[in-house]
Design a protein around this ligand. Structure first.
Ligand code: DGY
Length: 319
């Protein structure tokens, strides 16, 4: 077979692009803008493979217009909610993702958001930065202590478990909800709840680590926020679709929730402008996996999947 032709939709790490250029007939989107539907459809006629990010949307409508040339979509992401998997499978297009390699980076960011939300990072940074820090008192910026508190995790997959490992360093009491109970070896003492409702009742801190699917869209709604203990802190490094943002805002404005730490939003890029006025919301722009180490590892994992596919083997991360 001649060298497969590969389209890389975004500016991946230098090491990834160098390896891709060595092994494939590659076209890189140096402009680094998200691939549009029209570009994806055109690419399906010109390329055997695409490495996209979560910023490219392989909807059923787009996939229906694909040419037969495209053989594999090797995602540079663990989440695949931007891909209509049944449509891609029906077209015989292989789809892979990049699990494992971003778990620690994402868990680190969840920890940053949890600590920052709990300890007034937004307001504290602002008053120092803008010269408004003109007094001090023991009653000033009193936050919520993380050490020893109860942490609820929804989704105890790779990232959820990596976050739990870091939270153990803060002596947190870990509770989780997952589709199935973990083995004792994986749970490492975390308490299993067989319903989200049961978990919410004990979650002084709640962190979301499940994928966005039709079943989990709007998972945290008004009724469920109300089930959290008063003063709880909510962290989301998974997907914006998991949270009803209007309900989150109401729960914060009423004082039922103390704070939130968010890396993901229903609308990306951009986020929710209504959140901007609230110091209790510590926000970052979907950068959970954005470390140099992890970007290289994600790129290499996507290329490993491509290499296996074009060698006639089953890619390790075939979905
Ligand atoms: C992922 O891998 O799903 C991250 O959200 C970055 O795309």
């Amino acid at each position: 077979m001649s060298t497969p032709r590969l389209w890389i939709t975004r500016r991946l790490s230098d090491a990834t692009l160098e390896r891709a250029a060595r092994d494939y007939d590659v076209v890189i989107n140096h402009g680094d803008l998200p691939g549009t539907a029209a570009e994806l459809i055109a690419a399906s006629a010109d390329f055997d493979a695409i490495i996209p990010c979560h910023s490219e949307h392989f909807s059923a409508d787009v996939v229906a217009q694909f040419s037969d040339r495209l053989k594999i979509v090797a995602n540079h992401s663990v989440g695949v909610d931007h891909c209509d998997l049944p449509s891609l499978k029906a077209r015989g297009i292989a789809v892979t993702n990049t699990p494992d390699v971003l778990s620690d980076a994402t868990a680190e960011l969840a920890m940053l958001l949890m600590l920052g939300a709990a300890r007034h990072a937004v307001a504290g940074d602002r008053i120092v930065r803008t010269g408004q820090w003109d007094s001090w008192s023991p009653a000033f910026m009193v936050g919520k202590q993380v050490t020893g508190a109860r942490l609820g995790i929804i989704g105890m997959g790779r990232v959820g478990r990596a976050f739990a490992a870091k939270a153990r360093g803060f002596d947190m009491e870990i509770h989780y909800y997952n589709r199935s109970e973990l083995s004792a070896e994986d749970a490492k003492g975390a308490v299993y709840h067989d319903s989200i409702e049961s978990l919410l009742g004990v979650a002084d801190f709640l962190s979301l680590h499940c994928p966005a699917t039709p079943e989990t869209t709007g998972l945290m709604n008004a009724a469920r926020f109300a089930m959290l203990p008063r003063g709880a802190v909510v962290v989301n490094t998974a997907r914006g679709a998991l949270i009803d943002e209007a309900a989150l805002l109401s729960a914060l404005e009423s004082g039922h929730l103390a704070a939130a730490g968010l890396d993901c939003f229903q609308v990306e890029p951009g986020g929710n402008p209504a959140f901007a006025a609230h110091d209790t919301i510590f926000m970052l722009p979907h950068i959970g996996s954005a470390t140099r180490t992890t970007r290289d590892a994600m790129g290499f994992r996507a290329l490993d999947n491509l290499d296996a596919f074009f060698a006639g083997k089953t890619p390790g991360d075939l979905l």
